[in-house]
Ligand binder design. Structure first.
Ligand code: FES
Ligand code: FES
Length: 155
């Protein structure tokens, strides 16, 4: 076992983990952060996307020990004072989900995309989200939600 200290959603945790433990399993099984989900076993779907030191990563593709000393933000850490993050709000307003399984990862990836490019074209949004799969929506409303968030939300 290896001891790690990680700040997750503004709380510091020190835990013993096996060196092979994936970050997504650490988040879900040791910390109870089940808002981050597993949708595949091939690093394809993006459902497990979180921010590691401010950059989106597929947490099934990162070892928990690699997050030692880092800051992780999950979908559960986005809301502040009971208010949704603007990108969460945009997904809600634009009906950008159906089953919702891809949504945590889509939102985390969308935030990263908008941080890099606050005014993306539709094509740039589609390319920025190409690592995140959705089986339900056909992506149309997801793209609309990112555009809505980029435009500053409700007018
Ligand atoms: S669960 Fe991580 S990419 Fe699918
Ligand atoms: S809303 Fe069902 S997978 Fe995206």
């Amino acid at each position: 076992m290896t001891r790690i200290t990680v700040t997750v959603d503004d709380v510091s945790y020190t835990d013993e983990v096996e060196p092979r433990t994936l970050l997504v399993h650490y988040l879900r099984e040791q910390l109870g952060k089940t808002g981050t989900v597993v949708g595949c076993d091939t690093s394809n779907c993006g459902a497990c996307t979180v921010h590691l030191d401010g950059v989106s990563v597929k947490s099934c593709n990162v070892l928990a020990v690699q997050a030692d000393g880092s800051t992780v933000t999950t979908i559960e850490g986005l809301a502040t004072d009971g208010r949704l993050h603007p990108v969460q709000e945009a997904f809600h307003e634009c009906h950008a989900l159906q089953c919702g399984y891809c949504t945590p990862g889509m939102i985390m990836q969308s935030i990263d995309l908008l941080r890099d490019n606050p005014d993306p074209t539709e094509q740039e949004i589609r390319e920025g989200l190409e690592g995140n799969l959705c089986r339900c929506t056909g992506y149309h409303n997801i793209v609309k939600a990112v555009q809505y968030a980029a435009a500053g939300g409700a007018k």
